[in-house]
Design a protein around this ligand. Structure first.
Ligand code: TRP
Length: 451
């Protein structure tokens, strides 16, 4: 383990982890789910889901990663020698690369839209989005550029690539989204979008809403596939795990709320109905920005450019975290050179992504269990692989590792008094509450997939 890289400190860890957490999930899924399941009422449940299910799993992954000090396989082998637990590592090789494949397709769209914004070509007509994603060359080219960017950053290393990129990107990202929020809120009729997000409707808090909250918290905090574990393995022994977890989750939530206030007021101002998925971000918003803005044309162009730049940056900092998991594995377990590991994995993700991209066009008729290739992979990961991975991590830390070891790691050998004080509660959450919460999602997915 000579020369293993480390993040420079608490703040940079939070930037890198928040970079992973804040992504497309915050921008296109969160605002919609909030509106759909009762506005402020849902935000309360989401907050609770983060607190009692997602954060404990975040800490479970952090404990394994930092104590093991290696990739998923290596860390688990070290913490449970002789057992079969290290096989959980399999999941963390497959899942993040699958997510990267389809995530990069959408990342590519944001590059395309960014360029089009500045060319002033966006928003002239609706229907543009459908035409674009179902075409062959343009989205594939954009997807290729996106993967190449991700590969280049990861290739540069943990400190010079991931840390540096996240450190500069994250503050800029917050400024960009704030500008969009302000613009959105000044559109005539924006008020209805605001009330859609904040007006609490407790009658909508169904079992479905609960599952949606947990699922979103999982995806948003990048849990269950070894991303947090791998990043935590680059954390110094003296840094505070409690701080990095709470910091990451707070930034993630704040950004999700900001994205809500950027998207929904604009949608309502245009008299459209909110919908989930990429359509809102890539079709509705450019149209609205160009049609509703009262200012000069250049303002519109700037706002849509700013918005898509934010989408792109958010997507990049997440995508690098997906690639790093597999790269760490290949470098540490298979002794590959970093450059080769990056090359193989990004080529693989690129090829699978190709199929995902084509599944909006020529391959639209190819379905797997009734879903397009893109949707199938997204559902496979979001509904099954992520929660399954999270379940295994929390059981490992809650039931397999000696409690004293977990406490020692979580509290830096007892040097962080608040961590020591919170540990008994955390242990209950890791052993009982989080696993049961995940089982409930599974039950719901099984029932949902069967019906
Ligand atoms: N959290 C990111 C988002 O909300 C996506 C992401 C990054 C992710 N790394 C992950 C999701 C690992 C699951 C697992 O867009």
């Amino acid at each position: 383990m000579k020369n293993r890289e480390q993040f420079s400190g608490n703040l940079t860890i939070i930037m890198a982890m928040a970079g992973s957490a804040i992504g497309l999930g915050n921008i296109w899924r969160f605002p919609y789910i909030v509106g759909e399941y009762g506005g402020a009422a849902f935000i309360i449940i989401y907050f609770l889901a983060c607190l009692i299910i997602a954060l404990p799993i975040f800490f479970a992954e952090s404990v394994i990663g930092r104590r093991g000090g290696m990739d998923t396989f290596g860390s688990m082998k070290k913490l449970a020698p002789g057992s079969k637990w290290y096989k959980v590592g399999m999941l963390t090789i497959i899942s993040p690369i699958i997510i990267l494949s389809y995530y990069s397709v959408v990342g590519g769209w944001s590059i395309h839209y960014l360029l089009e914004s500045f060319g002033g070509a966006l928003g002239q007509e609706t229907g543009h989005f459908g035409e674009f994603i179902s075409s062959v060359e343009a989205p594939i080219l954009a997807h290729t550029v996106f993967i190449a960017l991700v590969a280049a950053i990861v290739l540069a290393g943990v400190k010079k690539g991931i840390e540096k990129f996240s450190k500069y990107t994250m503050p800029v990202l917050f400024i960009l989204i704030l500008v969009t929020v302000i613009y959105s809120l000044t559109l005539p009729g924006a008020g209805r979008g605001v009330s859609y997000l904040v007006k609490p409707d407790f009658s909508k808090l169904t079992a479905q809403a609960f599952t949606a909250a947990v699922g979103q918290a999982f995806f948003s905090l990048s849990l269950g596939v070894g991303t947090v574990l791998t990043y935590a393995s680059y954390m110094r022994k003296k840094d505070n795990m409690l701080l990095s977890g709470v910091g990451t989750a707070s930034f993630d939530l704040i950004f999700a709320l900001l994205a809500g206030f950027a998207v929904m007021p604009a949608v309502f101002a245009a008299g459209l109905s909110p919908a989930s998925g990429p359509g809102v971000v890539f079709e509705t918003l450019p149209y609205i920005f160009s049609k509703m803005g009262s200012g000069a044309a250049w303002i519109t162009i700037c706002v849509s450019g700013i918005f898509f730049l934010a989408v792109l940056m958010a997507a990049l900092t997440s995508a690098i975290s997906m690639l790093e998991v597999g790269v760490a594995y290949l470098v540490e377990e298979k002794h590959l050179k970093r450059s080769r590991a990056v090359l193989y994995l990004s080529l693989f993700a690129w090829s699978v992504g190709l199929l995902c991209s084509l599944s909006f066009g020529p391959l639209a008729d190819v379905t797997i269990l009734g879903n397009s290739i893109f949707d199938f992979l997204d559902k496979l990961c979001s509904n099954w692989l992520l929660p399954f991975g999270g379940l295994l991590f929390t059981i490992f830390v809650g039931w397999k590792m000696p409690s004293a070891d977990v406490l020692e790691e979580f509290s830096n050998n007892g040097k962080k008094p608040l961590n020591v004080r919170l540990y008994p509660a955390l242990r209950i959450l890791m052993r009982y509450v989080a696993p049961i919460g995940i089982m409930i999602i599974f039950l719901n997915s099984i029932l949902g997939d069967l019906s």
